[in-house]
Design a protein around this ligand. Structure first.
Ligand code: KIV
Length: 254
């Protein structure tokens, strides 16, 4: 069954939403065969498969290239594509054009935007224009240079208040869901209880309306995975063994 923003909204309080990243047709087919609800073409494509150290160098062209590859699989999951670094904070008509490109040319069905309360007015304008927005709060990997690293969010009263306000502002702006990254589990639970739209957590405990994970982390394909990601299959090691066996066959003229 094809998942839509409506399916996701209806899942809140009823069933857990299963989200995973995919960046190409190979990983989209895996996500589809596993019957996941949402495929995120994340800007994590930058550090996970393109060899960058962070998501910051990822461009709109890169997102378009990868989103289109995922969409060609026509998965049942809702396809969401990340809006890259800086774009949501610039000129609105540029941003709208980028959303149009991702949806019209590449087949994305929603966009994800990192940002606190300050981006809520932009989200309101996008949703009014018919662009489904998944708002991403807590750890925002696109802020890595400003923050000087990655960390857990929601440990101080002022930060908790800011994140609660951002969640409420994004709900009011019409976001169809919230992504809560690296938040203290009690704050993620409080936000989940406090909004009518579904929350999807990553590194934020189990009391969200769903979870998201980077597929390459759980398949053992990333050299350094976050501590909260469980490895379900060590495909990296299996692939090295397979290529080594091929190497031996070639060298022995088998
Ligand atoms: O880009 C990404 O992969 C993300 C993660 C939080 C899933 O935003």
């Amino acid at each position: 069954m094809k998942r839509t923003t409506k399916t996701l909204r209806q899942a809140k309080g009823v069933s857990q939403i299963v989200c995973i990243t995919a960046y190409d047709a190979v990983t989209a087919r895996i996500a589809d065969a596993a019957d996941t609800d949402v495929i995120l073409v994340g800007d994590s494509v930058g550090n996970v498969v393109l060899g960058f150290d962070s998501t910051v160098p990822v461009t709109v062209d890169m997102m378009a290239h990868h989103a289109a590859a995922v969409a060609r699989v026509r998965p049942n999951a809702l396809i969401a594509a990340d809006i890259p670094f800086g774009v949501a904070h610039g000129d609105f008509s540029e941003l709208l054009k980028i959303c149009m490109r991702l949806m019209q040319e590449c087949g994305a069905e929603a966009v994800k935007i990192e940002g606190g309360e300050e981006v809520a007015p932009t989200i309101a304008r996008l949703t009014a224009a018919g662009v489904p927005v998944w708002a991403h709060i807590g750890l925002q990997a696109q802020n890595v240079f400003q923050e000087g690293g990655y960390r857990k969010f929601g440990k101080t009263e002022s930060e908790r208040a800011a994140l609660l306000a951002a969640a409420k502002a994004h709900e009011k702006a019409g976001a169809f869901a919230l992504l809560l990254e690296m938040m203290t589990p009690d704050l993620a639970a409080e936000i989940t209880r406090g909004v009518s739209i579904p929350t999807v957590g990553i590194g934020s405990g189990k009391d969200c309306d769903g979870q998201i994970i980077v597929m390459h982390d759980i398949l053992g394909l990333t050299p350094k995975k976050p501590s909260f990601a469980k490895v379900y299959a060590d495909l990296g090691a299996q692939a090295v063994a397979a290529v080594s066996a091929y190497r031996d066959d070639v060298r022995s003229k088998k």
